[in-house]
Write a new protein. Structure first.
Length: 410
């Protein structure tokens, strides 16, 4: 069975009834291309790291274009469709031809999934039954708060009561995974407790809490930090404790990003599975593994359990896939092995990384590691523990093979 993704296009802040106060794409500047794994060998910059990372689309695609794209995709799929996912840079609920789109997709008689919506485009509660009748089975729905006044203030939702009513009705019939960026002093504390209770009573399947980011180190790599001057940010450790406590008190599954999924134990659930750690390849060479500050301690523990000998080097950036060349500038090349492994998805041009990390005159080979070593909460929310552990086994096996094939023998 095959899955079909329907891309509506759309621009953050434009095709979503305006930026939410906490939106990652607020204040994005015209920064130079960052560099990435897709760039040509001798040129920094490609469509992905210059335009795609900013989600600089030209706007929503006309329905006729979307229909043509669907037809082209159907001709390429080898099997029957098991699921249709609606996505895009804008908010699908704000798509001008949303009703016609859903009727078109509903006629395919495959389960529909909306990958993300804020619900800000829903002005009539009747849209909920329309979606259910046309085959919607799953939706990721940003709630921020069950308090309409807070939604109106921080999400700029013109009809917050309707958005919440639609969400509640969907919870009664389909799988609804809620999401909320947690801003200290705004929607945390008692308000967050009320939101969890509201979702629990409504019948939501899960809630993903996202720690608010306000600095470059926390992931704002598009020249747009701070999003909200003076707005405090919770520490990673305190945020993890908050997620754990809430998950224990409510029936719906509550997880957080960057940390963590209390039910599965991810990211890096494999650390609690000594039998699986023993099945990973033995580390037989030495290399410097560069990663983000959040993942570094866990990656170090896994590699040590497999024989050790590798130096795991954290940068100031918390999230590994958002590492840029500026993060690598803070490292002392003299502390690095001749083989350096950087995160597979980080925003660094391979040649620039090699030149920078060889600046002390010692030539270093820079390689990309696996795209993913584990599952964050947004990924694990729809997975079971065995699926997460399988992902981690595959990711760490690939990393260790890369170390053994390219590193210095120990």
């Amino acid at each position: 069975m095959a899955q079909l993704t329907v891309d509506l296009g759309g621009r953050p802040g434009v095709d979503c009834r305006g930026f939410c106060e906490y939106c990652y794409f607020r204040h994005v500047r015209d920064v130079a291309p960052l560099g990435c794994r897709y760039c040509p060998p001798f040129r920094v910059g490609c469509d992905y790291c210059s335009r795609g990372v900013k989600e600089q689309y030209s706007g929503f695609k006309p329905l006729s274009t979307v229909a043509d794209d669907i037809l082209a995709s159907l001709q390429m799929l080898p099997d029957d469709i098991s699921r249709v996912t609606i996505s895009g840079g804008g908010d699908p609920s704000c798509y001008p031809e949303f009703v016609d789109l859903i009727e078109l997709l509903g006629s395919m008689e495959a389960p529909l999934h909306i990958g993300y919506t804020s619900g800000k485009g829903f002005d009539d509660p009747a849209i909920a039954d329309f979606l259910i009748d046309n085959g919607l089975t799953e939706v990721s729905y940003t709630i921020f708060s069950a308090n309409p006044a807070l939604r109106k203030r921080y999400m700029h939702d013109p009809t917050p009561e309707v958005s919440l009513a639609v969400m509640r009705r969907l919870c009664e019939e389909i799988d609804v995974y809620a999401a909320a960026v947690v801003m200290p002093g705004v929607n945390d504390g008692a308000d967050l407790e009320q939101t969890c209770a509201w979702l629990d009573e409504a019948g939501a399947k899960g809630l993903i809490l996202m720690r608010f980011a306000n600095t470059t180190e926390q992931g704002l790599i598009l020249g747009n930090a701070p999003l909200i001057p003076g707005q405090p940010v919770e520490s990673v450790e305190a945020f993890r404790e908050r997620v754990t406590a809430l998950n224990e008190r409510y029936a719906l599954k509550i997880s957080g990003t960057p940390l963590w999924d209390p039910e599965i134990g991810s990211p890096f659930a494999i650390l609690g599975e000594p039998d699986l750690l023993a099945k990973l390849p033995v580390v037989r060479a030495s290399a410097s593994v560069i990663t983000g500050s959040v993942a570094a301690p866990s990656i170090r523990r896994v590699l040590e359990a497999c024989g050790g000998g590798c130096e795991v080097v954290p940068v100031a950036k918390e999230i590994a896939c958002l590492i840029t060349l500026e993060d690598l500038r803070e490292l002392d090349p003299a502390d690095l092995e001749e083989t350096v492994i950087i995160p597979g998805r980080c925003f660094v041009h391979d040649r620039q990384a090699s030149d920078l990390l060889s600046a002390d005159g010692r030539i270093r080979t820079v390689l990309r590691g696996p795209d993913m070593l584990t599952a964050d909460a947004e990924t694990s929310m729809g997975m079971n523990k065995n699926e997460v552990l399988q992902m981690e086994m595959e990711g760490f096996s690939a990393l260790i093979h890369c170390i053994n094939q390219n590193g210095r023998r120990i």
